[in-house]
Design a protein around this ligand. Structure first.
Ligand SMILES: [Zn+2]
Length: 286
């Protein structure tokens, strides 16, 4: 009995040590990361577009932002049409445009062409323009255009405006990314091919279609990682399957999700089956 108690105490103190080390590593990581990010947030200056004060930009981006300003309302309308509801606070949208990708990365901690925080989206203009003018994108379709990336980020902002920060975390990441990649015509999925994604899903490398958020990421199996082009492409395919299987049900489900209903519940209400069964049907259709 005494021996068992000692073993239990030993294993508990090991767990406590492991927990303390993890917390310390996390705090150190956040501290190091936040130093350059906090510095960027304190020191970076942005110009405000005089025609549309929702657009903020670095020196050198005036011309491009002026062109975007002419089209912003049409981008907003497109998202509202495809999400079946208006932005909650369209005047609160803030879009930041960077001329320098390194400065963008420091500010956002993202390496992608665009990213979104709660009510703000950040666009790395220079990296998008560099990518679009590459030989590869001259010969093939690269969906990460300025318009594509903007639509993708506006889709995220639309959901977050309605749900608020905490409730938007209850919606699984695959749905956020699948919807944003779908409504932006593939921005966020790079040049991942349909055949490649089908092959990966059928061979067991895919995201797990969770019906609730798993911590801050998304579970995957095989050779695919959360937040990558491949992940976004598979998520886009699944969202588009749901849409094409029953457009009226998809519209009702999305309206309910935006309205704050439980993500898990809406699929059974309108499709008659849960998200796991819908995934099985989706994979059978590939
Ligand atoms: Zn995204």
């Amino acid at each position: 009995m005494i021996r068992i108690d000692r073993i239990m105490i030993k294993s508990q103190s090991y767990k406590v040590r492991k927990f303390v080390v993890r917390i310390f590593t996390l705090i150190s990581f956040v501290f190091l990361l936040s130093c350059s990010t906090v510095h960027a947030h304190l020191t970076y200056d942005f110009n405000v577009d005089l025609k549309d004060r929702r657009l903020l930009f670095e020196d050198g981006a005036e011309k491009k932002v002026s062109e975007i300003s002419e089209k912003l309302e049409s981008y907003i309308k497109k998202i509202e049409t495809l999400h079946f509801s208006n932005f909650k606070e369209p005047s609160e949208i803030r879009l930041y445009f960077f001329e320098d990708h390194l400065r963008y990365s420091k500010f956002t901690t993202s390496s992608a062409h665009g990213s979104a925080a709660f009510k703000k989206a950040f666009i790395s203009l220079s990296s998008i323009i560099k990518r679009q003018s590459s030989d590869l994108c001259k010969n093939e379709d690269c969906p990460e255009t300025v318009e594509g990336v903007l639509l993708h980020e506006l889709s995220h902002l639309h959901l977050r405006q309605h749900l608020g920060l905490l409730r938007s975390y209850s919606v699984p990441k695959w749905f956020h990314e699948g919807l944003a990649t779908s409504v932006s015509g593939g921005a966020g999925a790079g040049r991942v091919s349909l055949e490649g994604s089908k092959r990966r899903i059928l061979s067991g490398s895919h995201f797990i279609p969770a019906d609730k958020r798993i911590r801050f990421g998304s579970k995957t199996v095989g050779k695919i990682y959360s937040g990558t082009y491949r992940f976004n492409h598979q998520a886009q395919m699944f969202v588009e399957y749901l849409k094409s299987r029953n457009p009226a049900a998809f519209q009702k489900a999305l309206v309910d999700i935006v309205g704050g209903k439980k993500f898990r519940a809406v699929w059974e209400s309108y499709y008659g089956v849960n998200i796991s069964t819908l995934w099985v049907d989706f994979t059978a259709s590939l």
